[in-house]
Design a protein around this ligand. Structure first.
Ligand SMILES: Cc1ncc(COP(=O)(O)O)c(C=O)c1O
Length: 378
């Protein structure tokens, strides 16, 4: 049987919540399940978090962040090139310029030592992306942001239930964006959240999310009619998705522990191959507690990575590459600019191979993956 790369997470609690959502006769956004998800996350992120808005995706949450920042033509946002298109698109759709810098060779996270030289008069924000749920070097990033008066928007698509210095990823920046896409640890099919860590943007976020209206205030009885107040769009998640999501959030620790067990299985099983110089395993700095989102290996070059990937396909094992660099992509070249050498991004994106990883990944499957890799090298 095939070893899939991903299987959407399903814990068993979801069915009853989704049925409850149907029975509630309220399927649009901000019903009881949305509220419970937002409450869960507000309490999870801790006292620095002022509000959490459940959104249809992390992409939508990132776009909301751009509207909140009043992103305009020519505004620059510093980000890694090794990331998903949404990180850059959220800036480009408002005329902003993604300014790409290289990543650290150990974590594949934005290289904090390259940020300062990428800052210009037009720089508005820094977007650290917590790759694989391993935290970026937030102390230094926040220090630079403060020094230059820049906003920090964490792209925390992959980092729920992961920590930097024991504080949740997503609670450091002015805002952060989470993904609940079915490839993530905790899912809603499609879904996301915008986490607001600053009191003065909370109210504006609520309006932008409701098509630029004060409808949320109206529903709370704070105004007698609602009207068009600001720019905005439809950034609400329906109740069916939120019901599935609440079940997942409540099982978040179990889901994370299950993935971490698989992650550590791979980590231990591949130690010998690393010692022999065939591959490199992920590096997790001591300040970071990760969430087992991704297990990747780094091979010595593209040719080895592709031969291994094909070798695994022959054994019905699906392992995949990750992130084609944005700085040299068609859209990256036309909408962005590059502000550092890209040696690590260029090399590692050709060397990286992600192994099957999902909630409930069985011992048989894991052993087949490890045997498959061993049989390629030895
Ligand atoms: C780093 C990063 N940012 C943003 C996204 C977009 O997430 P969504 O599909 O929820 O919009 C992804 C999706 O994989 C991602 O990896």
């Amino acid at each position: 049987m095939k070893v899939s790369f991903n299987k959407p997470c399903h814990t068993g609690l979801e069915e009853s919540y989704v049925i409850q959502a149907i029975k509630n006769n309220k399927l649009s956004g901000d019903g009881p399940f949305n509220k419970k998800c937002a409450e869960f996350l507000t309490s999870y992120f801790g006292s620095d978090t002022k509000a959490v808005y459940i959104t249809p995706s992390c992409t939508a949450a990132s776009e909301m962040a751009s509207i909140i920042l009043n992103m305009e033509k020519g505004d620059e946002v510093i980000m890694p090139s090794f990331t998903f298109t949404s990180t850059a698109n959220a800036v480009a759709v408002y005329g902003g310029v993604p300014v790409f810098i290289d990543v650290r060779p150990d974590t594949m996270n934005i290289d904090e030592n390259l940020i300062e030289q990428a800052i210009s008069k037009k720089t508005k924000a820094i977007v650290p992306v917590h790759y694989a749920g391993v935290g970026c070097e937030m102390d230094k990033i926040l220090y630079i942001a403060k020094k230059y008066g820049l906003a920090v928007i964490e792209d925390n698509a992959q980092g729920l239930f992961a920590y930097y210095k024991n504080k949740p990823l997503g609670s450091f920046g002015d805002m952060s964006a989470v993904s609940f896409h079915e490839t993530k640890n905790v899912i809603a099919g499609e879904g996301g959240a915008l986490v607001i860590n600053s009191d003065n943007i909370k109210e504006r976020a609520e309006i932008i999310r409701e098509k630029g209206t004060d409808r949320s205030k109206f529903f709370r009885g704070e105004v007698d009619k609602y009207s068009w107040i600001d720019k905005g769009s439809s950034y609400l998640l329906g109740e069916l998705g939120a019901a599935y999501l609440l079940a997942q959030l409540e099982k978040g620790t179990e889901i994370t522990n299950n993935r971490l067990a698989s992650w550590h299985f791979y980590y231990d099983a591949l130690e010998d191959l690393e010692k022999k110089g065939f591959l490199r395993r992920p590096v997790v700095p001591s300040a970071c507690t990760h969430n087992g989102h991704i297990f990747y290996i780094l091979l010595d070059c593209l040719k080895t990575r592709e031969s291994l990937r094909e070798h695994l396909i022959l054994r019905e094992i699906s392992a995949v590459s990750h992130y084609v660099p944005l700085h040299s992509s068609k859209a990256g070249l036309s909408f962005g600019r590059t502000a550092s050498k890209m040696d690590v991004t260029d090399a590692h994106s050709e060397m990286l191979l992600r192994l099957p990883m999902y909630y409930g990944l069985g011992d048989d499957e894991k052993n087949r993956v490890v045997d498959g890799i061993n049989s390629f090298f030895i």
